[in-house]
Design a binder for this molecule. Structure first.
Ligand SMILES: [Cu+2]
Length: 614
């Protein structure tokens, strides 16, 4: 059975169904992009491909254009990055834009060069000798984007952390605390080695069981209909996309054919560490733009990461030489029990009417070095949806002389003992989600902030909800005193009660940034300053910290995008920053039980009544 005969095309001897406009780039397309770049003759033979992704077609005109790719090209000889957009059908270059500042994401080349020069470096070797090590091959060297360093615009810098046990079952359990090397990758040189003093190396190897179980494909759920990357389940329809930088993207999310979200994705992450030591204070990782949530996506383990009946999709990303690399089982789609949907016990008859709910989950798990992040989109039968983040993996720790807490943590309690001679550092995880909502058939939406306050009168226990309409782009923060939430409505479409149809953004756990107000972490990741941002839709604004935040002299992103543009009745985009403060516990070691945090979008007047009475 061939459902799409008309769109069959013939590629390199194999018959393939032509991709739909918002599908992820296929391996064939990634390789075709590379061929087009090479044929153009405009770049050197040693040019690198830190990012290859879909240049999405214009909103509302998805079928009007051939598939385009967006490619970041990095020339090591000149340290120049160029963003190229090219037409995959013709191979023609559509645009070519040099990047003024900032660095593309970390590549294998950075890791290879940096670990090689550090291993050979006499100062690093002396630091290891000082700690009693005479052989230099059993160290795991971990490469980090460097954080902000003034006056290095023309150099690609990385920092290198050292751990004992290259082949250990837990490469992050035994940090060589005190030693961090700074490397200029293109010069192939160690610029400096910072040694803040010898601390004990944790004695325990921090082993945990691995592997969990063999991956296998089991019987798949019949209730989920997947055609290519298009998904239908219960009354929901959506399209799955995938991006090397941000991981899973979802498109055209609708319920009963009524549009809710045009596009949803993670846009950026920032993970600042709160230790004052000079070897720690720079640590603030942009996991999307510096490492790539798609590039770091790992195959799902059936039966443990996801249930046995999960439908899995393979995805492809580019290697730095531009060739496609396939990630098997990169995305999972499954149904799970959704708990109680609604219930009432009738007092007059004693009879209970109740319904059990089901949920659809679209999930993937990037592993960024020591941390694993499961990002899931959840769809419920009552028309609500959620973004869930599960945080697990191994905490970033330091060796310490402390073996037991003696009247407090360290002097300033910026780290906490999690095992003998192992202290894990306070840190935060900030996820920024970009949600382009188009409520019920219209891009012209309205953004309301809803605060509930006491009615100042002699009316007893009265309290009232007050709506504030956002006329222009802006930002907002939670307010416990008013049970604040936010609503996005279609002002041109009332329900049967005259209320404009809409969705409420209902937050859960959320922490503000806790690094100092003038800290580098906050200057670089401006999106962490507020929980909610609203901007007018701009096709080139996709990332909360801007296009190239790494090493950027002048960080951009949401604090620049919010610029006074009118948004009322316009096509607007909501950005949500979810902050988690992680104060390490012994139970988080050696591998951390999942910490869950989420954001909900619930229908508010979108339906005329409870939509699941059947
Ligand atoms: Cu954490």
């Amino acid at each position: 059975m061939l459902p799409f005969i008309a769109s069959l095309i013939f590629l390199g001897g194999t018959t393939k169904v032509a991709p739909a406009p918002l599908d992820p780039l296929s391996a064939l397309e990634i390789n075709a992009a590379r061929d087009a770049i090479r044929r153009s003759g405009q770049f050197s033979d040693s040019v690198l491909y830190p990012y290859v992704g879909l240049a999405e077609p214009p909103k509302g005109a998805e079928l009007s254009r051939a598939r385009w790719a967006r490619v970041h090209l990095y020339e090591p000889a000149t340290n120049l990055t160029t963003v190229v957009v090219l037409n995959l059908a013709t191979g023609a270059l559509v645009s070519r834009t040099p990047v003024a500042g900032g660095q593309p994401n970390i590549m294998y080349r950075d890791t290879n060069i940096a670990s090689e020069v550090v291993r050979r470096d006499p100062i690093w070797q002396a630091a290891m000798r000082k700690r009693g090590f005479t052989r230099f091959d059993d160290f795991h060297l971990e490469i980090w984007a460097p954080g902000y360093i003034p006056n290095v615009e023309n150099r690609r810098m990385v920092r290198v952390l050292t751990f004992l046990g290259e082949n250990s079952p837990n490469q992050n359990a035994r940090p060589i605390e005190g030693v961090v090397a700074l490397v200029d990758v293109n010069a192939g040189k160690v610029v400096s080695v910072s040694d803040t003093g010898v601390r004990p190396v944790p004695p325990e190897i921090g082993e945990f069981p691995t592997p969990t179980r063999a991956s296998r494909r089991a019987a798949e759920s019949d209730d989920i209909a997947i055609d290519g990357y298009s998904v239908r389940w219960d009354r929901w329809t959506l399209r799955i996309g995938f991006d090397a930088r941000t991981g899973v993207t979802l498109h055209k999310i609708a319920f009963d054919g009524r549009s809710i979200v045009y596009r949803a994705s993670l846009s950026e992450m920032s993970v600042p560490y709160g230790d004052p030591d000079e070897n720690w204070s720079w640590r603030s990782a942009f996991d999307a733009s510096e490492y790539g949530l798609g590039i770091c996506t790992t195959p799902l383990e059936i039966g443990s990461d996801v249930p046995d009946d999960t439908r899995c999709l393979d995805v492809s990303v580019a290697l730095e030489n531009g060739m496609a690399r396939r990630i098997e089982r990169g995305i999972g789609v499954y149904e799970r029990d959704g708990g109680l949907l609604w219930r009432h016990n009738h007092g007059n008859t004693g009879i209970t009417a109740s319904r059990r709910g089901r949920e659809l989950v679209v999930t993937s798990i990037p592993t960024i070095g020591n941390y694993d992040y499961q990002v899931s989109y959840v769809f419920r039968q009552d028309g609500s949806m959620a973004v869930e983040t599960n945080l697990t993996g191994i905490m970033l720790a330091k060796g310490t002389a402390r073996t037991a807490e003696t009247g407090g943590h360290d002097s300033a309690a910026t780290s906490h003992l999690v095992a003998p001679n192992v202290a894990a550092v306070n840190h935060q995880h900030f996820f920024n989600f970009r949600l382009d909502l188009d409520i019920d058939g219209a891009t012209n939406n309205r953004f309301l902030q809803c605060d509930t306050v006491p009615v100042p009168s002699d009316s007893g226990n009265a309290f009232a909800m007050q709506e504030k309409r956002f006329a222009t782009e802006g930002f907002a923060d939670p307010n416990r005193a008013t049970s604040r939430n936010w609503r996005i409505v279609n002002p041109g479409k009332p329900n049967r009660l005259g209320i404009p149809v809409g969705y409420t953004l209902l937050q859960g756990e959320n922490a503000p940034p806790l690094t100092g107000p003038t800290s580098d972490a906050r200057r670089e990741a401006g999106f962490t300053e507020h929980a909610v941002w609203v901007t007018k839709f701009q096709p080139d604004q996709l990332y909360g910290a801007g296009d190239f935040p790494s090493q950027a002299e002048n960080p951009t992103g949401l604090h620049h995008y919010v610029n006074g543009e009118p948004i009322d009745g316009e096509d607007l985009v909501v950005w949500y920053t979810l902050g988690i403060t992680h104060i390490p516990r012994p139970e988080d070691w050696p591998v951390m039980p999942v910490h869950r945090a989420s954001l909900n979008l619930i229908p508010t007047g979108f339906f005329n009544q409870n939509p699941v009475l059947k």
